[in-house]
Ligand binder design. Structure first.
Ligand code: NAD
Ligand code: UDP
Length: 350
């Protein structure tokens, strides 16, 4: 059977680059598309190198999803079997400051993509949603049936896109859509050759810890130690990015094998909760570095405890995360120590 063609939007990004590599290793033909607003072409080059011979099955398009003409040209030249849609802006704080930027980029980008897919008869989609749609869950683990809410414009774009997908599928049963709700992706490819390289000051816990470990930041601010948790700090479900990438292969297999999938949603997490202090301690152990801490007040909008129910993905996608916190920290440190400035150089530090 001829290899399937997959378009990966946001393919140069953190999760995108790991997924591109895994797709190539699984024998897919991949077009990675990105406007490189929050990523570097070096990530694509390195993913291609890691793929060895399969590198020949990868091409890159520097396109903004909102540029309908350019996007249509990409679809004119290749008949895609499915699209994995990562492209979007993801900084919660920035989305509060610049809501229109987020609505424009994430919503207009997705609408344009869906229109072009529709016009070209490509109706198989995997979309990156987020555990943020569970808000502050009343109980844990979060199952896919929990009520949904948004605490900020970023989260609202995820909710709206999920709803759009459900509506589109209802209106046209040829669409097959899988919405993946990621919990907290961390870690890097075990080679240490690709990893997360956030622009500016990191928002998320692990990239911040990493920057303290390599000396780019002096200390980690712990946002709240008065939560009703084992040690008072917030609890999250951290998942190795390679496991997450693997979840996308399972989602594609489901799309291609299940004619009646419709529009279905799956959590991708480990089902285990880890506190901020537990994460710091695991990272210190993996890196041999000490992470100085400053206890601060809670970050507005933060939930206390969030972790996934993994039953549905396990049952229906036959997918389950394989890596634990130790491996996540080991691979994070391997990437960080080999690339203390990410894909860039000290001059680019803001
Ligand atoms: P990332 O910023 O590393 O990757 C997103 C990529 O999309 C970037 O390379 C960026 O340049 C590109 N992009 C943004 N807008 C674009 C546009 N209009 N046209 C073309 N390219 C565009 O982020 P990531 O961590 O890899 O996240 C990927 C997806 O997963 C995002 O949709 C994000 O919201 C979602 N997600 C991420 C997390 C997380 O913690 N990393 C958690 C839940 C969900
Ligand atoms: N956190 C922290 N200091 C930081 C960044 C995050 O204490 O510099 C905490 C945050 O309050 C939360 C956990 O770490 O309890 C995970 O935060 P992150 O932003 O990575 O993920 P999210 O809250 O979006 O799930």
């Amino acid at each position: 059977m001829a290899p399937k063609n997959i378009l990966v939007t946001g393919g140069a990004g953190y999760i995108g680059s790991h997924t591109v590599l895994q797709l190539l290793q699984e024998g897919f033909r991949v077009v990675a598309l990105d406007n490189l607003d929050n990523s570097s072409f070096i990530a694509i080059k390195r993913a291609a190198e890691l793929a060895g011979d399969a590198e020949k099955n990868l091409s890159f398009q520097k396109v903004d999803l909102r540029d309908k003409e350019a996007l249509s040209k990409v679809f004119d030249t290749i008949k895609f079997d499915a699209v994995i849609h990562f492209a979007g802006l993801k900084a919660v704080g920035e989305s509060v400051q610049k809501p229109l930027l987020y609505y424009n980029n994430n919503l207009v980008g997705t609408i344009t993509l869906l229109e072009v897919m529709n016009a070209h008869g490509c109706k198989n989609l995997v979309f990156s949603s987020s555990a943020t749609v569970y808000g502050w869950p009343k109980q844990v683990p979060c199952t896919e049936e929990f009520p949904l809410s948004a605490a900020n414009p970023y989260g609202r774009t995820k909710l709206i896109i999920e709803e759009m997908c459900r509506d589109i599928q209802k209106s046209d049963s040829e669409w097959k859509i899988i919405l993946l709700r990621y919990f907290n992706p961390i870690g890097a490819h075990p080679s240490g050759y690709i990893g997360e390289d956030p622009r500016g000051i990191p928002n998320n816990l692990m990239p911040f810890i990493q920057q303290v470990a390599v000396g780019r930041k002096a200390e980690l601010m712990v946002f709240g130690n008065d939560y009703n948790t084992k040690d008072g700090t917030g609890v999250r479900d951290y998942i190795h990015v390679v496991d997450l990438a693997d979840g996308h292969i399972s989602a594609l297999e489901k799309l291609f094998s299940d004619q009646n999938i419709g529009c279905e949603v799956y959590n991708l997490g480990t089902g285990k909760g880890t506190s901020v202090l537990e994460m710091v301690s695991a990272f210190e152990k993996a890196s041999g570095k000490s992470i100085p801490l400053v206890m601060c007040t809670r970050r507005p909008g933060d939930a206390e405890i969030v972790y996934a129910s993994t039953d549905k993905a396990d049952r229906e996608l036959k997918w389950r995360a394989k890596h634990g916190i130790e491996e996540m920290c080991r691979d994070q440190w391997n990437w960080a120590s080999k690339n203390p400035w990410g894909y860039g150089f000290p001059e680019s530090e803001s």
